[in-house]
Design a protein around this ligand. Structure first.
Ligand code: AMP
Length: 285
């Protein structure tokens, strides 16, 4: 497995793979890899020839008050995990390789309007501008034919699909389902930051999402009743709700009534660890 730290090396590798007639599949990550990331890599292997993974803790998607400094870093173990999945190359640039002038001198940004304003975008202003911009940069470096994103970050996947469509990136976006711990908690690099007590309490998130999906399957259509139930369950477990919303899966606009397919999306804090999760309701729920 090759490990590249520079833009030129990573791009040179992809160019030579493409020239040799091999398609490039790309899985962008921020490291601290877990089974969720590995599932994207396994999906990626089915979708093309040469699998490239990036490990880059992108500073421009974190606000100054957020957890960039605390974010878990397990680089050597991440490389081992990538080797185990048959990754051809890891691109692990430094912040100065990605933002040579410094992030305050980055003058060009990708902003995906409307879709970035609600849910996580409302509580993390500027977050999706950082995400869309770094993904655009990574696409221009790794030159993938296909890129794989996780449905755990549902809003992110919708935003990236729209960016690719609006800006004519020659990349196909695929998504893969949420991978969970045996007790239902969505896998996240941030789970390692939870205290043992909060780790247990946080299982309330998925329990309540599943209960909401069950109620919809039983005929409940009132979004407010569902979100209230989830808010109460998370609150009772000791979590602090950031948002609980039923939204349209395409536009991410809030829905009052569950008709057809809808997404129930949650963000909540346990201690100072912010967790997100979601579940499809209705037809697919
Ligand atoms: P991150 O390293 O958190 O930026 O995530 C990198 C990619 O892995 C994103 O596309 C995430 O949606 C995806 N991902 C993270 N956690 C999970 C999970 N539990 N299941 C599936 N995909 C995930």
């Amino acid at each position: 497995m090759k490990v590249f730290h520079t833009v030129d090396d990573a791009r040179g590798f992809s160019l030579s793979e493409r020239k040799a007639g091999r398609s490039v599949v790309f899985v962008p990550t921020m490291g601290a890899l877990h089974e969720g990331h590995l599932s994207l890599m396994r999906r990626g292997k089915e979708l093309g020839d040469t699998l490239v993974v990036s490990i880059f803790l992108n500073p421009t998607q974190f606000a100054p008050n957020e957890d960039l400094d605390k974010y878990p870093k397990t680089f050597e173990a991440d490389l081992d995990a990538c080797r185990g999945e048959g990754v051809a190359a890891v691109f692990a640039p430094s912040p100065s390789e990605m933002y040579p002038r410094g992030k305050d001198e980055q003058l060009s940004w990708v902003s995906v309007e409307k879709l970035s304003g609600g849910l996580c975008g409302a509580s993390r202003p500027g977050h999706f501008k950082g995400v869309a911009t770094v993904v655009a940069k990574l696409f221009n470096i790794v030159l993938p034919d296909v890129a794989v994103f996780g449905e755990k970050d549902f809003q992110q996947a919708v935003i990236i699909k729209r960016m690719v469509e609006d800006l004519n990136f020659p990349v196909r976006i695929e998504t893969a389902p949420i991978v969970r711990e045996p007790d239902g908690l969505a896998m996240s690099s941030r789970n390692a930051l939870l205290t043992p007590k909060n780790r247990k309490a946080a299982t309330a998130i998925f329990r309540s999402l599943r209960e909401a999906a069950r109620r919809v399957a039983d005929g409940e259509r009132d979004a407010a009743k569902l979100t209230m139930m989830v808010e109460e369950a998370i609150g009772a477990s000791g979590g602090t709700v950031d948002y609980v919303r039923v939204v349209d899966t395409g536009t991410l606009s809030p829905l009052d009534v569950v008709e057809g397919e809808a997404l129930l999306a949650v963000a909540a804090k346990y201690g100072d660890v912010r967790l997100i999760d979601n579940i499809l309701l209705g037809a697919a729920g």
